[in-house]
Design a protein around this ligand. Structure first.
Ligand code: NAD
Ligand code: WQD
Length: 338
């Protein structure tokens, strides 16, 4: 299949590109590099030993996206293009709504005009909100999100559901990611946050490599076994494999389907720190701090549906997640700007 990856130079898109190429598909990347760089495309080619087509373009541009879709016989789109920093979305909500929703509407409109019927979307476990009991199951209703970023995902899911009701040709797969971490085992690709990392694993890795002095663990008084929050961390290559299955599924079906992509097993912040130290034999200095606004004590996936329907399950261990993160971080201490 010819798969167009909108936002394909980002953390999850780049790993998905490699797994799609490994599975025999062709990929076309469109990215404005607002949170990535053309170096990522070179790394994808290096790992896969395949040459790929990429465009520097804004997915919100009708002219650019029509030109790209008309130039290639696209079978499916995967929509990764979005802004994703939760705290920033609280400060700049309009930028988040504008970017995340406009990219979606423009992709759907261009797909309709160009006769492309299949799309896979990067949604998030955050759409379950605070109300649902964990483990989260796809049959649960979407809940109240604590920030504009989460609301963009919730609203976009609704947009897709309405679009499939109106267009019997359309096939949509909504993937709700839990907490993606890790890196490609080659050490050539990984997560490269700009500035101070918002997420736990990149922060841990930057402390280990000496870019940051210590981690602040946000709260140790939660009602969890060790008092720190628990999450369902999933290896980014497992997540990428899930996209290969999802895109193949979308091509065979019509309508909208939702899948959780998680492992089904939660780990606490302290368990992550300990696993990182143990598997890499490096110290990670930390201190306890106050709770971060909007954090839930714990949640994880019920991952049964993806296993039963997509024949996909996460197979990589927490130690592999930590080892691959460290391999990437120590070979690329400054990310892609080496
Ligand atoms: P990322 O920032 O690394 O990748 C997103 C890519 O989209 C970047 O390369 C960025 O330059 C590009 N982009 C953004 N707006 C664009 C636009 N208007 N036009 C063209 N390109 C644009 O993020 P990621 O971690 O790879 O996440 C991919 C998707 O998955 C995002 O939609 C994100 O919200 C979602 N998601 C991520 C996580 C996570 O923890 N990483 C969890 C759940 C969902
Ligand atoms: C994990 C745990 C923190 C940093 C976010 C988004 C979610 C999705 C994934 C995009 C929490 C703790 C973190 C630190 C810490 N993103 N922590 N010190 O918050 O589960 O999910 O990323 O779609 O929508 O909300 O992930 O990695 O930020 O935090 O103690 O410096 O680590 O409190 O318990 P989170 P995270």
């Amino acid at each position: 299949m010819e798969v167009l990856l909108a936002g394909g130079a980002g953390y999850i898109g780049s790993h998905t590109a490699v797994e799609l190429l490994n599975a025999g598909h062709n990929v076309i990347i469109v990215d404005n590099y607002s949170n990535s760089s053309p170096e990522v495309v070179r790394r994808i080619q290096k790992i896969s030993r395949r040459s790929i087509i990429s465009y520097e373009a804004d997915v919100r541009s009708k002219t650019d996206m029509m030109g790209i879709m008309e130039a290639h016989a696209i079978d499916s789109v995967i929509h990764f293009a979005g802004l994703k920093a939760v705290g920033e979305s609280v400060k700049n909500p309009l930028e988040y709504y504008r970017n995340n929703i406009d990219t979606t509407l423009n992709l759907l409109e261009c797909m309709k005009d160009c006769g492309v019927h299949n799309i896979v979307f990067s949604s998030s476990a955050t759409v379950y909100g605070e109300e649902n009991p964990y483990p989260y199951k796809e049959t649960m209703p979407r809940g109240n999100c604590s920030n504009p970023y989460g609301w963009t995902k919730s609203m976009i899911e609704q947009i897709f559901e309405d679009a499939v009701k109106a267009d019997p040709e359309l096939s949509v797969v909504l993937l709700r990611y839990f907490n993606p971490i890790g890196a490609h085992p080659s050490g050539h690709m990984g997560e490269d946050p700009q500035g101070i990392p918002n997420n736990l694993m990149p922060y841990v890795a930057q402390v280990a490599v000496g870019r940051r002095d210590h981690l602040i663990v946000f709260g140790n008084d939660y009602p969890t076994p060790d008092g720190t929050c628990r999450r369902d961390y999933i290896h980014v290559v497992d997540l990428a494999d899930g996209h290969v299955k999802a895109v193949e599924y979308a091509a065979q079906h019509k309508g909208a389907e939702v899948f959780n992509l998680g492992t089904g097993t939660p780990y606490s912040v302290l368990e992550i720190v300990e696993a990182f130290e143990r598997s890499n034999s490096v110290p990670v200095k930390y201190e306890f701090g106050s709770r971060r606004d909007g954090d839930l004590a714990e949640f994880w996936a019920n991952a049964d549906k993806a296993r039963e329907v997509l024949n996909w399950r996460a197979s990589r261990s927490l130690d592999e997640m930590c080892r691959d993160t460290w391999n990437w971080q120590k070979s690329n201490p400054n990310g892609y700007n080496n």
